[in-house]
Write a protein that binds this ligand. Structure first.
Ligand SMILES: Nc1ncnc2c1ncn2[C@@H]1O[C@H](COP(=O)(O)OP(=O)(O)OP(=O)(O)O)[C@@H](O)[C@H]1O
Ligand SMILES: [Zn+2]
Ligand SMILES: [Zn+2]
Length: 809
């Protein structure tokens, strides 16, 4: 009887495909393995997602090969991945491709090879051509254009390649390209048991043999001390039947992160012990249970996570510990390694080399590693016996991926825990509005750490009204007098300081320094964004627009202006006041190079830097004990993002950055510079009042019907042609509105906001718009989204779906 498999393929279609399995491969086929399949004229890698007993089409083709000796994911994992794929409207084949380790797939492509008759030219070739020839010479099966580019780190090669082709030095033909990442193996030499050693052995052979008698097996490099080229020696011994040769897989692993200062020997305080107790009993019941761990900054949440992880591992299960991308610091890794000595840890994030990731993946799947520490993508790691998921800093927006599948790792983590009967802990000092709202509704059990460890006080926060600091010119200075004085005191004291500056949203909004007014959209309660060329202010939710006013609409002030500075300008300003200060900047520019981020943090940790200036990167998770001053240069930039969460983001940011101060023996102080000193988000942050903030903000959300009182889906529409794009976008908007008027939709109303020009109206030649769908009925939202996707498929309009959007830029 024939066997049929369902296969998902990495192409932009929702559906999967049916193939038959030839007799010779039928023993190998299994869910979670990859298969090489014919697809049109090409050969592609597909993922086996199920079996069929009968064909559901005519004209079914055979799979060509099975590419894995063991599955890369289980049926249980597949159920989770499929859920994510349909919830985020991202095709299953593409979802699997993104989730699985990169670089392992096989596919047919146009491959370039050195021509058979090629001889070295009499005149030396240009460097570009020579490099290509060298690479191709080392790859007898050929290389695709994409791979060549990658190997030449992106330098332009088209012209050189064309020259080589026309000179007949290189040929191109269709073929199967070998995957970039494969299992790594090494040869092992094994002593054959029970052979009597002949008398006539050379001295070297003798030494190798006695080494093997001691060790049992060895690989070639181990034998170098006996012979610089051990290979002929081993072959002699093989001929005599004394040893045998085989191949075994070796695992690649990430380099160790060097130690940073950490405290050991910690005794849990009462609050920590209570939280650990609750987690312990939940873990032992082996059922799904979600917790919110709400603990102020420096309250020792990490200790609680460690405790729970230890228990999960001790009971034979696996644990997943997720931190925001930026929180994955050498300090944290040292802490984890230190605490879980003897335990193998899979560290998974975007900087981990693909070969290492592939090895981790398979060892996790086999149950050889049971602890994963990583950023958002680590959520998909296969863990056969998952007992615990920890999401540290659960409010952090880096858990949301904004390209390809736009998933939220925290939200998916809760689902995964539910599917796999695990305990999940969402931890934060500033929980997401929705998380806290749900905890209050009883969806999560709340664990709380209301105090800092060892009863250290939270830092004193002072707010400086920058409107009162205006100079004679009417401009607002970068540094207030209060901040300059405080920095001076900190330096005299031998302590360190952190200055935080928000780069996002700079120079995009206008404000009035006389009354602090920033212009907001009357419909959506988000700030209006300036389009300087068109001299107008515009709302990116609903497209409302006004001409840029020259007078303040509220107080009539004439000084309407921008304000703020980048980290570079700030550093200059500081140096003009403190010429001898040792500063370092941490932003996207200074940390672009690999390892730079770590280097800066380490040198700050060693006290080689007095003042660290940075963007969001410095606000999270760091535990430096000598920081006594935290300065926030302009709290308003976050407040004025065109985003309904701007108050929440401001509160989180201020609380988190404040929380970096006073974590050691000396008390900390925080100075917040702002032009909105009375704003509730700033006031509540000053008083370390999370609950107060939540209660005030939730009223705003309710009155405007924003989450958690509704769900949102944003459709990002784009087109290469501005005119046609705009027409089609308007048509999509009309369709969406018509849907909301339909009879069937009365029971499930969806509000359609927009279409509006996207915050960045043109990227890479594509014109962009967006439509926001809002409803408290999630089913209705998904239903309408699917419909709009289907209708757009027939046009030139590209639609990307962002379910539960977080970042609006
Ligand atoms: N019971 C304890 N006694 C003394 N020190 C402790 C205790 N628990 C934790 N610590 C130490 O307190 C510091 C802060 O702990 P941790 O980093 O876990 O805080 P946190 O709650 O995660 O803070 P944040 O949210 O600001 O990152 C660490 O240096 C940790 O080693
Ligand atoms: Zn004004
Ligand atoms: Zn609006």
């Amino acid at each position: 009887m024939s066997m049929y498999v369902k296969i998902a393929i990495n192409i932009p279609t929702e559906s999967h495909f049916t193939y038959s399995v030839p007799q010779a491969l039928s023993g190998d086929a299994a869910v979670g393995k990859r298969a090489l399949v014919p697809f049109g004229a090409r050969k592609l890698t597909g993922y086996i997602i199920g079996f069929l007993s009968e064909p559901d089409f005519d004209d079914i083709r055979d799979i060509l090969d099975i590419l894995d000796s063991e599955p890369l994911f289980s049926s249980e994992d597949l159920a989770f991945y499929s859920w994510a794929s349909s919830y985020y409207h991202y095709p299953l084949g593409k979802t699997l491709h993104d989730i699985l380790p990169g670089g392992i797939d096989l596919k047919s492509d146009r491959l370039f090879k050195v021509a058979a008759g090629h001889k070295a030219p009499s005149n030396p070739l240009p460097e570009g051509q020579r490099k290509i020839l060298d690479l191709l010479g080392a790859a007898p099966k050929g290389l695709s254009l994409k791979r060549l580019r990658r190997l030449l780190s992106g330098s332009p090669i088209r012209r050189d390649l064309a020259a080589l082709l026309s000179a007949n030095r290189v040929i191109a033909e269709e073929g199967l390209e070998q995957p970039e990442i494969r299992k790594k193996t090494e040869k092992v030499i094994t002593l054959v048991a029970g052979r009597s050693v002949p008398a006539r052995l050379s001295a070297v052979q003798q030494r190798v043999l006695s080494y093997l008698q001691e060790k049992g097996t060895a690989c070639f490099p181990e034998l170098r001390p006996f012979a610089c080229n051990p290979s002929p020696v081993v072959h002699r011994l093989m001929e005599k039947g004394l040893v045998s040769l085989s191949e075994r897989e070796v695992y690649r692993s990430s380099e160790e992160s060097p130690e940073m200062s950490i405290l050991n020997d910690i005794h849990l305080n009462d609050d920590q012990a209570a939280a650990c107790g609750e987690l312990e009993s939940a873990l032992s019941s082996r059922r799904f249970k979600p917790f919110l761990l709400h603990g102020v900054t420096g309250s020792g949440k990490t200790e609680v996570y460690f405790h729970a992880i230890k228990q999960a591992l001790n009971s034979g299960g696996g644990a997943l510990y997720l931190v925001p991308e930026i929180g994955l610091t050498p300090q944290l890794l040292s802490r984890v390694r230190n605490r879980f000595q003897g335990e193998e840890i899979a560290v998974i994030h975007s900087d981990i080399a693909r070969g290492i990731r592939y090895d981790f993946w398979r060892r996790l799947q086999r149950g050889e590693i049971r602890l994963v520490v990583g950023a958002r993508s680590a959520l998909f790691a296969p863990l056969p016996n998952l007992r615990l998921i920890v999401i540290d800093e659960e409010h952090d927006s880096s858990y949301k991926q904004d390209v390809r599948m736009r998933y939220h790792a925290r939200d998916l983590a809760v689902l995964r825990a539910k599917l796999q009967n695990a305990v999940i802990v969402l931890g934060s000092a500033t929980p997401d509005m929705r998380t806290f709202y749900q905890a209050r509704q009883g969806k999560y059990d709340c664990l709380s750490l209301p105090r800092r460890v060892e009863n250290r006080p939270l830092p004193q926060v002072r707010i400086v009204d920058m409107k009162a600091e205006r100079e004679e010119t009417g401009r607002i200075p970068v540094l207030s007098r209060a901040l300059i004085t405080a920095l001076e005191e900190t330096l005299n004291d031998g302590s360190q300081a952190l200055f935080f500056l928000n780069r996002r949203g700079f120079h995009t909004f206008l404000f009035c320094p006389d009354c602090g007014t920033v212009l907001f959209c009357p419909n959506c309660a988000v700030s209006l964004t300036l389009h300087a060329e068109a001299n107008r202010l515009q709302c990116h939710y609903c497209d409302y627009a006004v001409k840029t006013p020259s007078l303040c609409p509220k107080c009539g002030g004439r000084d309407i202006q921008f304000y703020g500075a980048g980290t570079e300008r700030l550093e200059k300003e500081i140096l003009s006041h403190f010429p001898h200060i040792r500063t370092a900047r941490m932003d996207r520019d200074t940390t672009a190079r690999k390892g730079a981020h770590t280097r800066i943090l380490k040198s700050f940790d060693r006290g080689e830097i007095d003042l660290l200036i940075g963007t969001q990167m410095i606000t999270k998770g760091h535990d430096f004990h000598n920081v006594t001053l935290v300065g926030v240069i302009a709290a308003d930039t976050a407040l004025n993002l065109p985003d309904f969460r701007s108050a929440e983001k401001t509160f989180q940011l201020l609380t988190q950055v404040s929380g970096r101060g006073g974590r050691g023996r000396k008390e900390g102080q925080v100075i917040i510079q702002t032009i909105n000193p009375d704003h509730f988000a700033i006031q509540r942050a000053k008083n370390h009042d999370y609950t107060g903030f939540h209660e005030e903000e939730i009223l705003h959300r309710k009155s405007l019907g924003y989450p958690p009182f509704s769900r949102l889906i944003i459709l990002q529409l784009s087109s290469l042609n501005e005119e046609r794009g705009r027409r089609e976008v308007e048509e999509a908007g009309r369709m969406a509105r018509a849907f909301t008027r339909e009879e069937s939709s009365r029971t499930m109303p969806v509000e359609v906001i927009g279409p509006a020009e996207a915050p960045i109206a043109k990227i890479k030649g594509r014109y962009r718009w967006q439509i926001m769908l809002k409803s408290d009925n999630l089913q209705a939202l998904h239903f309408l989204t699917r419909r709009l996707l289907t209708s757009a498929a027939s046009r030139k309009l590209e639609i990307k779906v962002d379910v539960d959007p977080v970042n609006f830029m």
